[in-house]
Design a protein. Structure first.
Length: 73
């Protein structure tokens, strides 16, 4: 499973950078971003004059649609 925030320069609507992050939940079925790691990414993005535009995660062991956990969270 891959997950992490997406960054972009403030002038465009598309993400141009992906920041892969470790799974703090250490689970194959639940993904939890690490708060300290997220703060590091926010600092990097701020220093670049960019913005965070979203967070993504993949489903490598299940079908590619939102799970009940995804919908609830």
């Amino acid at each position: 499973m891959f997950a992490g925030p997406l960054g972009d320069q403030a002038d465009g609507p598309l993400a141009d950078r992906f920041f892969p992050m470790r799974n703090a939940a250490e689970s194959r079925t639940i993904y939890l971003l690490d708060g300290r790691e997220m703060l590091d990414v926010e600092r990097i993005v701020d220093e670049a004059g960019a913005v965070l535009v979203g967070v993504m995660h993949s489903h490598t062991h299940t079908p590619a649609y939102p799970s009940p956990t995804d919908v609830a969270d």
